[in-house]
Design a protein around this ligand. Structure first.
Ligand code: SF4
Ligand code: SF4
Length: 156
């Protein structure tokens, strides 16, 4: 049959994909959207999500639980944690520096697992993008639970 004589077949062949497309459009038009208006809306993170480190604070004394034993730093396969201490009260040591360089961090949790005092955890904080390399190094003040100094403020 020549093309000229098969006009109905050509019309069906042209309209069918259009109808299929419209069917998909209509199906999604009346269904619940799966997209979020990020950053105004945020997805609920699964339990066990590992984001930025947090230095836990004793709820009674409001002091940092970390005693500066450096076990976490030694457990990190990429040596991303820097700890400096100085003599404190009695036999205690004062943690002067606790830096985590997240530029190469795998968020593997080995550092937190190595901590014998449950002083270090990986939190659900994940918006860590920055334009500078220095911005990827988090200091003790940034990592403290309920930090008094917000990173955004210090970044200026
Ligand atoms: S999460 Fe893993 S890679 Fe990141 S600092 Fe801890 S031990 Fe190192
Ligand atoms: S292992 Fe725990 S207590 Fe020891 S330095 Fe790391 S965070 Fe502090």
């Amino acid at each position: 049959m020549s093309r000229k004589n098969n006009i109905p077949g050509l019309v069906v062949a042209a309209v069918r994909p259009l109808m299929e497309g419209l069917k998909v459009t209509l199906r999604f038009l009346f269904s619940r959207p799966i997209t979020l208006l990020y950053p105004y809306e945020k997805r609920e993170l699964p339990p066990g999500y590992r984001g930025l480190h947090v230095l836990k604070v004793d709820p009674e004394t409001q002091e940092m639980k970390c005693i500066g034993c450096t076990l976490c730093a030694r457990a990190c396969p990429d040596h991303l944690i820097t700890i400096e201490t100085s003599p404190g009260e009695g036999k205690k040591r004062k943690v002067d520096v606790f830096d985590v360089d997240i530029s190469r961090c795998m968020f593997c949790n080995l550092c937190a697992e190595a901590c014998p005092h449950s002083a270090l955890e990986l939190s659900s904080r994940y918006e860590l993008a920055t334009t500078t390399r220095e911005g990827l190094i988090y200091h003790k003040e940034d990592l403290l639970e309920k930090p008094s100094v917000r990173r955004e403020a210090s970044a200026g």
